[in-house]
Design a protein around this ligand. Sequence first.
Ligand code: C2E
Ligand code: MG
Ligand code: MG
Ligand code: MG
Length: 290
Amino acid sequence: LARNLPEGSVAVLDQEMEQRHHRQLDLELALRELDDSGLELVYQPKCLADGKVLGFEALLRWQHPRLGAVSPAEFIPLAERTGLMHRLTDFVLEQVCRQLQRWQGEGCRLLPVAINLSALDIVRPDIVHRLGETLARHHIPPALVEIEITETGLIRDERLAVENAQALRERGFALLIDDFGTGYSSLSKLNEFPVSAIKIDRSFIADLPGQEKKALIVKSILSLSRVLGCATVAEGVETREQLDFLTALGCTAYQGYYFHRPLPATTAGGLLERQPGPAPGEALMSPQPA
Ligand code: C2E
Ligand code: MG
Ligand code: MG
Ligand code: MG
């Protein structure tokens, strides 16, 4: 490659590679030193076609004093590579539980919040216990916390992944397959998992309704989900045309900028109904006797 490049390009390439390498090291170090102060969750609503909010997805944001805002697309894979993922997941879980409690305290009628588990989390031997323990500590019922996991995550270490997924379902957590269509799960594999909903990846939604091939793929994902008896959530819905197309095909729920961007917790809380009735605590579990 280098031989065919004009003189001087090699140096530029070298420099680019070095810069990229430097950034990786920088980020890794920052990630290792990370206390929770730079991390924050935003909440993106999941909606019905008419805009009614069904729940939220919690998405992690990292703001570093020197490196600025780092995208999860960059730091999540890095955290996975460097063995730091479980710390981020535990943080997310803890924050979501606290947020649900906060909203409860403000008199909100609570809706489910989904958290993303990485492929590494779903094969954590302690993940089922961790989720159960954290929710119990905050008196949150599993029905209020949903779990999103990618196809790739589910087939990585099949046995443990299946076992954990089943255990989570038995404990009352909904299980959503994230970014569906981009991984390589076989239909028979999918059938082994107790799937609550399939989330159609944004890449298929983006070119609707014009792109005929993508439209066909979306149609077949929707009929697949009917066969599996699960719901379908379309990711990345940005236009009215996309929404109308998906609605006509019987999609269950929608997430995307057309409805809402990921929102700060206070804004998201503003979308929740206030309940005039019973005292706060109703939707939460009563404390377990010790
Ligand atoms: P994801 O779980 O598929 O989340 C959806 C991503 O699409 C989010 O990007 C969201 O902001 C973006 N999005 C939503 N609606 C639209 C839309 O209409 N148009 C466009 N262009 N984008 C839209 P985000 O927050 O940057 O997260 C990217 C990915 O990083 C997530 O994809 C997820 O895989 C990962 N991630 C984020 N937070 C966490 C986390 O707490 N834990 C783990 N394990 N992964 C996370
Ligand atoms: Mg997700
Ligand atoms: Mg997704
Ligand atoms: Mg996605």
